[in-house]
Design a protein around this ligand. Structure first.
Ligand code: ATP
Ligand code: MG
Length: 368
């Protein structure tokens, strides 16, 4: 898919700005603090209805304004479509083909993006929370079903934590309610867990091959889902997993009440990365961690194409000049003519590659 045109209104430091893009590579050049990342962020937000930099949408609205707006014209293999997102202080309104969508889960997925920024190293190095967010964002843009499962689970988790707190402080005495509730909670947890398991195993297959290529077959990467609810061979479907999980929850009821919050479920999942059987997160060198992050990002591009039938848009924020020649070549050869790409940089030095020759260059200065 291709983002043909983007219009920003009161978005961060952009007052009003319309841009027509190249279907291959677009380079955004500018000094620090001019609006390069803001522009990439607006494309990411248009796709996922959420910024990668903040969870507070109000920050996206230009200082002193009431609302911010992002409009995009997309073209797919089978036609074109306008989508837009209006951010107000009260909430967001998303439109597809000028029609307002009643739920964001219906909106997300019309535009697919893969963003690669220096902080992505944290997918490997950082906390489990970052890896869960990674799964949710990436899987969410490929599967509306997953987004629905996830929001259902999050709603139940909140409610469960409320019950547990009430039981812990003695404001609620009867546990039968929790027992009944655990049944519903287990089903939601099983739905999320199985979707995540499938996603990681598909991602692994692609990432392994890419990683071998980057490391000239010296390293073998294993990306593994570490679900909080352990998946046994027998737990291949939702009802089996649900039953096993429900049993565990009812056995652990005392512990959960004592703690006053839910101890088990996908809100405590993780992913592990091993290179030649060594845990990269703990023992890997900076270079190995960087390569792992790159392999995963490149795998995402392919996986989205497999699932959605179109390549996503690639957003590269300040990463190209940080990669050595070999990694840069790998990244750029993946892109080659099939993935529309947006690259930010403070200078073109350090990105000398064939595909840059046909790039469209934008000079970014003070939100223009
Ligand atoms: P660098 O090369 O340092 O990464 P950049 O070009 O990527 O720079 P951005 O992060 O895109 O810079 O833009 C940052 C600028 O946007 C800041 O100077 C900040 O003042 C401005 N900015 C951020 N949020 C808002 C907002 N809500 N309203 C107006 N301006 C904003
Ligand atoms: Mg920036």
């Amino acid at each position: 898919m291709i983002l043909q045109k983007l219009t920003l209104t009161n978005y961060r430091n952009y007052d009003e700005c319309t841009l027509q893009f190249n279907s291959n590579v677009n380079i955004l050049i500018g000094e620090n603090a001019q609006g390069k990342t803001n522009l990439l962020e607006s494309i990411y937000t248009l796709a996922l209805a959420k910024s990668h930099r903040t969870s507070n949408d109000k920050e996206l609205i230009q200082f002193g304004e009431e609302y911010g707006k992002i409009e995009g014209e997309l073209s797919y293999r089978h036609g074109t479509m306008p989508i837009s997102l209006i951010i107000t202080k009260k909430g967001k309104k998303a439109r597809v083909n000028h029609l307002e969508q009643s739920r964001l889960t219906q909106y997300i997925g019309h535009l697919n993006v893969v963003l690669f920024a220096p902080e992505d190293l944290n997918i490997v190095k950082g906390s489990p929370q970052i890896r869960r967010r990674f799964i949710d964002m990436e899987l969410g843009q490929m599967s509306a079903v997953y987004l629905n499962h996830l929001s259902n689970y999050q709603r139940l988790l909140k409610q469960k934590n409320h019950y547990l707190k009430q039981l812990q402080i003695g404001r609620m005495k009867d546990r039968t309610m929790l027992e009944v509730f655990n049944e519903q909670f287990s089903e939601a947890a099983a739905n999320v867990t199985l979707k995540r398991a499938h996603f990681i195993s598909e991602l692994q297959k692609i990432a392994e091959v890419i990683h071998q290529g980057i490391t000239s077959e010296k390293e073998s990467l294993q990306v593994q889902y570490e679900p909080n609810i352990k998946l046994a061979e027998t737990h291949q479907n939702v009802s089996e997993l649900k039953n096993a999980f429900c049993e565990l929850l009812n056995e652990s009821m005392d512990k959960e009440i004592e703690r006053g919050s839910a101890r088990f479920g996908p809100h405590r999942d993780d992913i592990s990365f091993h290179v030649n059987d060594m845990n990269v997160q703990i023992y890997g060198s900076q270079g190995q961690q960087r390569t792992t992050a790159l392999s995963i990002k490149l795998a995402e591009i392919e996986l989205i194409n497999q699932v959605v039938g179109e390549y996503p848009i690639l957003l590269l924020d300040d990463v190209l000049s940080e990669l050595d020649d070999k990694r840069q070549t790998h990244l750029l050869s993946t892109i080659q003519e099939k993935v529309q790409t947006f690259v930010t940089t403070t200078s073109v030095d350090g990105i000398e590659h064939e595909i840059m020759k046909d790039a469209k260059v934008f000079n970014v200065s003070k939100g223009n």
